[in-house]
Design a protein around this ligand. Structure first.
Ligand SMILES: Cc1ncc(COP(=O)(O)O)c(C=O)c1O
Length: 396
């Protein structure tokens, strides 16, 4: 065949081959839907979880300094040494376990990537992975992409405490991993020492790995400690511990996080990390490393967000929205049953359109859309944003 014939539209037409989706149940997320609706109706967006205030200018300066100093080429695959050392020192100071920066700490492009990479590294087709619902929306598609089988176990409705009998009942010889998240998005609950001890005991006779999503580790209120899996030798020995600089330093758009895990787990993690992300933004890593020399910003974070939590709760106290506890994170959940008969999702859309405040339905965090008449607000906002939202919500 001549090259003209090959190129001729008379003999073939451009065609995109059909693709069988790997994620049939994934569509547009509720976060995108609610944010678009909030923009359309000029509503205050207390839906998606990100601050509307800036980060510390010193952090921006530290990154600018790193760029000026020439830290602009590929860094080491596992992350720059000063940042891995700073992370290791922080974990040791706070939780008493030493992670070797060389072989046990890896810098990632956000916690979302860290969790996906951990799942891809250890979950084989047919392996079961237990998730505790409601849960962050990336866990389930991550497990599905790895060919794993998602085993959802509900947290106790409305209190969101772990139900260890149900977790124990979900364990089978095929269980490869369990994903936990404390402080918990969306509920704002925090696991206690007792919870962690029970988990440690439950997993001890098994080969189940733990993925411990601790991105809100520095947002625990009322003087309570963060019970990192790093504090519990029986858990740490089997855990990928994930935290996110985006949450801690008010820079969610920078997408930099880390994973701490024992050497054997880190080795497998890095095999996958090397070939999907390879390296993470160099100047941001150096900037974060320099900024971490001062622990004050993360040590003061609980008080910073507790004040916003209290402001938001006080403002809602007079409304018919019933406040659930918010022990950590920057989320406040409320029971809507005295205000509306609408399902959570429709209520959130109504609230955005008619009241001008966007929230997220908790049903979005359950595979089966379980509706318990609870919605989530994010209070990581300037005081004036919260005040305006509260004035609007006071009508309820
Ligand atoms: C529980 C939880 N895990 C992980 C993430 C993702 O963090 P990152 O922005 O670092 O990917 C979030 C962000 O909202 C989260 O709430």
């Amino acid at each position: 065949m001549s090259s003209e014939a090959l190129a001729s539209p008379a003999t073939w037409a451009p065609r995109t081959p059909a693709v069988q989706t790997k994620l049939p149940s994934v569509g547009t997320t509720i976060f995108t839907v609610m944010s678009a609706l909030a923009t359309e109706h000029k509503a205050i967006n207390l839906g998606q979880g990100f601050p509307d205030f800036g980060c510390d200018p010193k952090l921006v300066q530290a990154v600018a300094d790193a760029m000026s100093a020439g830290h602009n080429q590929y860094p080491p695959m596992q992350g720059v040494a000063p940042l891995r050392e700073a992370v290791s020192a922080k974990i040791e100071a706070l939780y008493g376990r030493r992670y070797d920066p060389a072989g046990e700490v890896t810098i990632t492009a956000g916690a979302t990537q860290a969790i996906l990479t951990a799942v891809l590294a250890v979950v084989r087709p047919g392996d079961e992975v237990i998730v505790l619902e409601p849960c962050y929306d990336s866990y389930v598609p991550n497990i599905e992409l790895a060919g794993g089988v998602v085993v959802p176990v509900p947290l106790t409705p409305r209190t969101f405490r772990p139900d260890f009998d149900r977790i124990a009942a979900a364990i089978t010889p095929r269980t490869r991993a369990l994903v936990i998240n404390s402080p918990h998005n969306p509920s704002g609950t925090v696991w206690s020492r007792q919870d962690m001890l029970r988990l440690q005991e439950l997993l001890a006779p098994t080969d189940i790995l733990l993925i411990s999503d601790e991105v809100y580790e520095h947002m625990v209120f009322d003087g309570q400690p963060h019970e990192s899996a790093a504090r519990y030798p029986g858990l740490a020995a089997r855990a990928f511990i994930v935290s996110s600089f985006g949450k801690t330093y008010h820079v969610t758009g920078w997408k930099v996080a880390y994973v701490a895990a024992p050497p054997a787990l880190t080795a497998e993690f890095r095999k996958v990390h090397q070939f999907n992300v390879f390296t993470v933004n160099t100047p941001v890593q150096h900037g974060l490393a320099a900024y971490m020399a001062d622990p004050k910003p993360y040590l003061e974070l609980p008080a910073f967000y507790q004040r916003k939590r209290d402001l938001f709760r006080q403002g809602l106290a007079g409304s018919r929205l019933k406040l659930l506890p918010s022990e950590g994170t920057y989320f406040q959940c409320v029971d809507i049953s005295d205000v509306s008969d609408l399902p959570e999702s429709e209520f959130c859309q109504w609230l955005t359109r008619e009241i001008g405040v966007a929230a997220i339905p908790l049903s979005a965090f359950y595979g089966n859309g379980f509706d318990q008449r609870v919605v989530r607000f994010c209070f990581a906002k300037k005081d004036e944003t919260l005040q305006t939202a509260l004035e609007r919500l006071a009508k309820l």
